[in-house]
Write a protein that binds this ligand. Structure first.
Ligand code: HSE
Length: 403
């Protein structure tokens, strides 16, 4: 019998309780024995919860109970969650989490702390919600040298961009709609400013390329400045605007990682990832491109990934190999930002914009305003090279193009 405890009875924590207790028999079959939810730790009261008898407010009850072998951390953030995770690992308990912020900032420390104490720190649910991505990277694609990861990693912003493209809605209206549907938080900045996607690409890059990439090493831009006009130009040129997280291995062994909106060709499968769905493409030297697609957020999809980690731990108690990577540092990331082609919109004549940019494709759209031009550069340029070409010109919009 494996005994577990859940820390934090929010959306994901309550989903984990529901899945663990609602699928007891099939989980027992897959885990080679029953998994019992012994405790739920939360400082709040939940009088309507069906698991009344299991609530505790004091984490030390769980920490000091030798029967508990697996702790599920769904508190979120890097405060109490970090303290409880360290204490659980030091007490010889494996920890499973959906907490991307904690893994992105302390994953190196916590995976190594787990290994020191002969236990595991697993986090399949931290990226892509219910989509299997961590285990495929570490196991199914293990024969490959991984070269690149590019993904739509945030469901809320993908929903907003989809609504803007389909309904021609401005960003503010699409955000309100996302909030009304329960996708975006009242304070939406973690999603719309790209921080959530940044944490997720850090986790994927650390696993894929072997050194910890920290969020403050990843230039991050969100979607607040995307306008219906840009959406229109993208659409008319056979592209969609998507918020992408990218991590690309460079020839010198460093990693270029960044998050920002891109124009994506309709023929690229990422352009077809709509609404709250996530899509992640991984390039390996043997397999080429492989894509993962599904629900990247939500109570039960995320709980599905958490419980899969719990089952994995219960089934492989004695011989589960840890997922480990090396410490990061300034030399882990590339000194040179990636070069791509760019979409530039400016209040200028087409011939002038093409001259400024050193050539490029002028885009068309219905209802174009006099004197406004949008162009895609002919050359791949780093942000610095683009800035030099733009000189004194103040563009209305600048977006990367995914080639
Ligand atoms: N707010 C996140 C999203 C939830 O919209 O994708 C999952 O990390």
């Amino acid at each position: 019998m494996t005994k577990t405890a859940i820390l934090g009875y929010g959306t994901v924590g309550s989903g984990v309780a529901e899945v663990l207790c609602g699928h007891e028999e099939s989980i027992a079959r897959k885990a080679d024995g029953p998994i019992q939810l012994k405790y739920i730790c939360d400082v709040r009261e939940f009088p309507d919860s069906p698991y009344q008898d299991r609530f505790v407010k004091d984490f030390s009850v769980i920490e000091n109970d030798p029967e508990v072998g697996i702790v599920v951390e769904t508190i979120g953030g890097t405060g109490v969650a970090l303290d409880f995770t360290r204490r659980a690992l030091k007490a010889g308990k494996s920890v499973v989490t959906s907490n991307k912020e904690l893994v992105a900032t302390h994953g190196y420390e916590l995976t190594h702390l787990a290994a020191e104490h002969g236990v595991c720190y697993l986090f399949e649910a931290s990226v892509g919600g219910g989509i299997p991505i961590i285990r495929p990277l570490t196991q199914c694609l293990a024969a490959n040298d991984l070269l690149e990861i590019t993904g739509i990693l945030n469901g809320t912003t993908n929903y907003i961009l989809t609504r803007m493209a389909r309904a021609g809605a401005p960003f503010a209206d699409a955000l309100k709609e996302a909030q009304a549907n329960g996708y975006a938080e009242r304070d939406p900045s973690a999603d719309v400013d790209g921080h959530d996607a940044c944490r997720k690409i850090c986790i994927l890059a650390s696993i894929a390329f072997g050194r910890h990439i920290y969020p403050d090493q990843v230039p991050t831009e969100g979607i607040r400045n995307i306008t219906p006009t840009d959406m229109d130009y993208a659409e008319q040129s056979g592209r969609k605007i998507k918020l992408l997280g990218r991590a690309v291995l460079q020839p010198d062994g460093t990693v270029s990682a960044y998050v920002c909106p891109h124009l994506v060709d309709m023929e690229n499968p990422l352009a077809g990832v709509e609404d709250v769905f996530n899509g992640i493409t991984v390039k390996g030297d043997a397999i080429g491109d492989v894509m993962f697609y599904g629900k990247g957020a939500g109570k039960l999809p995320t709980a599905s990934a958490v419980v899969a980690d719990v089952i994995d731990l219960a089934r492989n108690k004695e011989h589960r190999k840890a997922v480990l990577w090396e410490e990061g540092g300034p030399d882990a990331v590339s000194a040179h930002p990636m070069a791509t082609r760019w979409y530039v919109r400016a209040q200028t004549r087409p011939e002038d914009l093409r001259k400024t940019l050193g050539g490029g494709q002028v885009l068309a759209r219905r209802g174009i305003e006099y004197g406004e031009t949008a162009c895609i550069t002919a050359d791949s340029l780093t942000p610095e090279e683009l800035k030099q070409r733009l000189g004194a010109l103040q563009p209305l919009s600048v977006l990367r193009v995914l080639d």
